[in-house]
Each structure stands twice: as C-alpha cells, then as structure tokens.
Ligand binder design. Sequence first.
Ligand code: TYD
Ligand code: MG
Length: 453
Amino acid sequence: MAKQKTSFFCQTCGAESAKWQGKCPSCNEWNTIVEEIIIKENKKESWDPIQEKNAPKSKKLQDVSTIETQRIITHDAELNRVLGGGIVAGSVILVAGEPGIGKSTLFLQACLQMQDITTLYISGEESMQQIKMRADRINATNDQFYVLTVTDTQTIFNEIKKIKPTLIIIDSIQTLASPFIESAPGSVSQIRECTAEIIRFAKATNTPVFIIGHITKDGTIAGPKVLEHMVDTVLQFEGDRHYAYRILRTTKNRFGNASELGIYEMSENGLRQISNPSEILITQKEESLSGIAIAATLEGARPLLIETQALVTHAVYGTPQRTVSGFDLRRLQLLLAVLEKRGGFQFGVKDVFLNIAGGIKVEDPAIDLAVIAALLSSYEDTAIAHKSCFVGEVGLSGEIRAVNRIEQRIAEADKLGFEKIFVSKFNKKSLHSKTNIEIVMLSKIEEMYRMLF
Ligand code: TYD
Ligand code: MG
C-alpha cells in the first residue's frame, strides 16, 4: 500500500514546511502549523478539470493575438467600477468579506439582474430553498440562473460541462473539497487545490469565476495568503455590521485600477447602489455643533466628503482615554501630541473620542486636518462655520502638507455646495481650474486655529 503523503501548512500564511514547528518561519505566528494529507493513496496527480493533454507551446510575443478583452457589463454600476469596467472573460475574482456582510446577497442580486447570461451559482453554505428565499426577498427572477448545492469539485465540473454557464459564482471556497486531497474543506491544501482547479478551468474555457472567501477576525483571507497571488482580482467587501453601508474595494486587479471603490446600502430588499456617497456621509442638520468638521478625502480614486466628530472632555480618571472609531488610534495620539507641543493645548488632561461618521474606515492621510479642526472645535466648544471643509496631511512640526489630487477633492466639495475649503499652501502649484468655492491656503495649524476661533 502506498504511503499517504502529508505536509505541514501554516493556516495563516499558507507556508509549507517539511516538519512541524511551533512558530511559522514565514509569518512568525505561533501554533498555526497543521499537518495535512495532500495526496490520497495511489493517486499522484491532481485532477485536471478540462483534461487537456495538448502540450503547451511557446510563441513569439508579437504573434500573440490581442483579442480585445471581452467584458461582461453587469447592471450594477458599482460592481463594474471596482472590476475596472465589467467582468473580464476567463478571469478569476476573489471576493473576501466577513461572514454576514452581504457577499451572497451581492452576487445573487447582480447575477439575477443579468437576464441574458447563464449563471451557475454554486453554494456549499446554503440549501436551494434558502437561496430561493433570498431571491424572493430581493424580488428578482431569472430563467437563466442555475443553483447547485454541492461541494465536491469533480461533481461541480461535471455539472458545468452540462450547463455551460457564462458566469460562475462559488460561495464559498472554504466549503469546496477536491477528491484528490484528503484534508478537510477549508484547510490550506484544499483551498489551494480547489482554487488551482478553478483557475485552470477558467483560463481554458474563458469563463469568468467569482470565488467568495471568508476572512478571519484580523481581516486576512481565511486560509492561505497564496490565494491572493493566484487569482486575477481581489475584491474586499467590508462595512460595520451596525451600519447599513457596505464598501466593495479593489485590492488587486490585473485588468484595471486597483484602488477603486463601490458603495452600497443594505436595505430590506437587497443592496442598493449609492452613486453619491458624500450626501449620506454628512449629517444634515440645522444648527452648527462643536466638534464636527468635514474632510474632503479620496477613497481609491473616488472623492468622498466625510464627517469627523470629536468629543474632548475633562478626564475623570487618572489616565485620559483616547477612543476612536474608523480612525487609527496611533495617528490620533500623534495628532494630539502635535497639538500639545506646537499649539500648547492641554490635551494631556482630557478624554478624547473620535468618530468617523457612517462606520467607514478612512486611510487617506488628508483627513488629518479635519480631525485637528474637529478636536480644536470641541476643545474650544465653538462650532466651525457652516459649509466649510478641510483637506491636508499634518506633519510632526504642525505643518500642513500637500495632498494628491487636490483638484478632484475641491471639485467634489464645490459640487456639494461647500463655500470654503482649507487646503495646504503647498498645494498651490497644482491648482489650475476656476471654482466657486473659496480656497483658504494654510501652512501651519496655528494659522488655522486663528482663523477658525
Ligand atoms: P449574506 O449575503 O448572507 O452575507 P454573507 O454571504 O456575506 O455571509 O447577508 C447576510 C445579511 O444581510 C443578513 O444579516 C441579512 C441581511 N440582509 C438584509 O438586510 N436585506 C436583504 O435583502 C438580504 C437578502 C439580507
Ligand atoms: Mg453567504
């Protein structure tokens, strides 16, 4: 009897090693290495879903035909945008997100809307009845939409041969199992093998495949990181579960811009596209309140006006608290240190709470200036003038630094009816077009303080 072949895999980064170790040498995580059986007895080769035995030949690059990449344009403008203008034929797209965020809803909805395309939706998580119930909930029907609830890749490929779908959705990769690998579904070697089979199939038949994958608590794609290298596009579906807003973000794209963003709202009957996000991220209110400043940020290539809210109060306990939501805590501490040292504000004896409205996580450093303005506004308990917004990165010496794509940010603020925008003086060179909005140039946070309060 042939011996089973086993190997050791890190469940976090996917690194393979010959022996068990307590600490993964590649990602330095502890207790993540698990032994997995990779080849069943007497079976050496992994299964080729298309059984193509023609030996591949090399070709001169100039002889390679450049067929204009065909794209399937979906009815979902946000999805088209993050994919770089539709689904490229033969591409494999990984969609990662936390459980319950709405991945299944998004693809069920997008595919049901495309009446002229045969879709095969493979679900290893839900029964056909559950999928039907969800389809009823989002109120969509389509006679070209097939569902399959199996997890065995061999059965899946056999079914695909019969139906010949134009588009395939796999929900989720963690439930699939290849009969050629012994280990349990969701293990690194299973995920890797199933993805490899899917990619071989997609490339050979030119069928696009969406692979849905769950992510772990710390935000990495469950199973191996290697998955990200294998696929053509990686989309991240994220959002705070307590808010209705969901963001679909491109983190890798071989066929388009890798910093695109789509915004949705989870409603009673499915996801609703939000084409003008700035309007919902700013609370409409009559009176001006202290501690609120609007930032002109850029998420990916998309300008977004976001409200930052700060609350600065007297610390009741010995150690003052710093609490953030949607913003980096260390960045807040840095900004407070700058205010303390350069501006002489006594934040060391205050509790500081900072919140980015809408449950959105902002990574753009240009939000700094608005955060500073919100903090100062709450510190002074004086509201910032209505219809003002801020854009700029703040340096350690309190200087306001230039940011990229300033014109796009200003244009968005202008479009939304803002009257005043505070920008860095060093952005002056990149300002060319004429706008209605008043542009205030600043070089230091002290200048801003004097102007505002
Ligand atoms: P789901 O698509 O099942 O999430 P995932 O596949 O990422 O695990 O979405 C689950 C959540 O979405 C669930 O909590 C219910 C909610 N939901 C709505 O609010 N409205 C809807 O129309 C649908 C279909 C789901
Ligand atoms: Mg799901």
